[in-house]
Design a protein. Structure first.
Lengths: 118, 396
């Protein structure tokens, strides 16, 4: 003699069951479980030193972004507020310490790239 | 007419707020209508939550210190000068250099400081991880520890309903200590006792300042063999005999006393006459919604200086800074503030060396403890070692 069991489900549980059924029927569930396994494996295989190195790279990128954003805003404002300089005016810009420091940085940056290309 | 915004303090609160203000008010800055100035007593910026990792040799510490100028947008004038006097009625702050910094809007972001001398014997007998020097000292002691007892004590400000700095830090470091000693293979020979004061904001005879977490902690501590005791309000330490005494009349011996010491506001705030806090602790009377200093229409405050019941932590400041910046920007543009702080605090607690627990709460809802995870620990690590600097720069 078989017994019938009555399971009371909330509307939310019913909805989840229907959607899961759809995933099983269409075969998508296999891919999703594989994806979850891949994510889980990545977490398992990541060590604290690995995470620290990745974070450092992100920090370097955001720092470069911040420095660049600042410089671009400054340059835009100066260009907007000043006339286009003459050749002599360009030379006068070079009298400024910060301009020369920036130029020296760009030249050293170029050398740093060059050293890696040789 | 050019309006001047002055920010006092180059910590997390001051730096985030200065950058957020510059971003929000960029059109006015471009037109030369707004000037933002920050004064700080140091050319360096220190990320304080990093210190607790130093205590367990998980960081050296130098990675948490950067040049303050490198964190500020170019539009912010940065001056190294210690604020020594606030003249709110005359709208200026005086620096140690003698300079008077006049303002139209003022942001007081001077944080809080350790006041271990308020507990007799604590300076000589106790250790804490709330500064890098203190954490380095503690790290050397933990490295040598082979057996004995580590006693954890926590002191709250005497002013009612004000938390100590970073409410969850004593729990975090207790479990980190367990993990560290386990790694070193000496945990079985070291007894860890976590104590908590009788009154912790709204909680009496508990283990944490919010009831849901207080109720869960016995299970957490049992799982890592940490002993715990409530109603131990530290009021004296005998550094020679290595005994801690409580207001409730108990005493406990220790080999290392890992204390959360009393905290007070910065001296310039305590001397300003703006605070009504008990024992000259200096907490600023703060409107919980606008974050204005009560009674002063053009002065805002945030972070560890306020007299609000929310945590004195970076996860609080990150949610307060946009309210302050939006309100000042609104005052500049419309003449009145438009935003309200809802008490939101978001953080990831370091529950041991490799487990992170996300947490959030606000004025209405307490923290609901959730299981910690390895992924949570990576999120915390990511914030500590990288994302914090982006957040300080107003990029996050």
């Amino acid at each position: 003699m078989s017994e019938e069991m009555k399971v009371i489900k909330t509307a939310e549980m019913q909805k989840i069951e229907e959607q899961m059924t759809m995933l099983v029927q269409t075969g998508r569930i296999d891919n999703l479980i594989d994806l979850m396994a891949v994510v889980s494996d990545q977490i398992e295989m990541t060590t604290t030193p690995m995470a620290e190195k990745m974070v450092k790279s992100i920090d370097n990128i955001t720092t470069a972004g911040f420095v660049t954003e600042n410089a671009v805003r400054y340059a835009m404002r100066e260009n907007t507020n000043n006339e286009i300089p003459s050749m002599f005016g360009l030379l006068k810009l070079m009298k400024d310490d910060e301009t020369r420091r920036g130029l020296a940085f760009m030249l050293n940056l170029t050398k740093g790239i060059g050293k890696q290309l040789s | 007419m050019k309006r001047r915004i002055l920010i006092v303090g180059g910590g997390t609160a001051g730096t985030m707020t200065a950058n957020n203000l510059a971003k929000k008010l960029m059109p006015e800055i471009d037109k030369g209508e707004i000037e933002i100035t920050m004064i700080s007593d140091s050319p360096k910026h220190i990320y304080r939550p990093g210190a607790m990792y130093v205590a367990f040799h998980k960081s050296h510490g130098n990675e948490f210190i950067r040049d303050q100028r490198s964190l500020l947008m170019l539009e912010i004038d940065f001056i190294v000068d210690k604020a020594v006097e606030i003249k709110a009625k005359e709208n200026y702050v005086k620096g140690k250099s003698g300079t008077k910094y006049e303002y139209d809007y003022l942001v007081l972001a001077t944080g809080c400081e350790v006041a271990a001398d308020r507990i007799p014997g604590l300076e000589e007998g106790g250790d804490w991880f709330f500064s890098y020097e203190g954490a380095q000292k503690l790290a050397k002691k933990f490295e040598k520890l082979k057996k004995g007892r580590v006693l954890v004590t926590i002191n709250f400000p005497k002013t009612p309903n004000i938390p100590h700095q970073c409410g969850i830090a004593p729990v975090e470091t207790t479990i980190m200590l367990h993990d560290y000693l386990t790694e070193r293979g000496v945990r079985d020979n070291v007894e860890i006792i976590y104590t908590y004061p009788k009154n912790a904001q709204g909680v009496e005879d508990g283990l944490f300042l919010q009831t849901p977490t207080s109720n869960v902690l016995p299970t957490v501590f049992d799982g890592v063999n940490v002993k715990y005791k409530t109603s131990f309000t530290l009021n004296r330490v005998d550094a020679q005999k290595k005994i801690a005494y409580s207001e409730e009349g108990e005493e406990m011996e220790f080999d290392i006393l890992m204390a959360t010491p009393p905290f007070i506001a910065a001296k310039v705030i305590r001397d300003s006459g703006l605070s009504e806090a008990r024992d000259n602790e200096g907490w600023l009377p703060t409107d919980k919604q606008t974050l204005k200093v009560k009674g002063l229409d053009n002065v805002y405050t945030l972070g560890d200086t306020v007299d609000l019941a929310v945590s004195k932590a970076g996860g609080t400041i990150h949610n307060q800074t946009d309210v302050v910046a939006d309100n000042i920007a609104a005052e500049v543009r419309y003449g009145y503030p438009t935003e309200c702080y809802d008490g939101k605090v978001i953080a990831v607690a370091q529950m041991g060396l490799s487990c992170g627990m996300p947490l959030w709460y606000d004025y209405e809802e307490d923290v609901q403890p959730t299981p910690c995870s390895k992924l949570g620990s990576f999120v915390r690590l990511g914030f500590n070692k990288g994302l914090y600097w982006a957040a300080a720069r107003g990029m996050l």
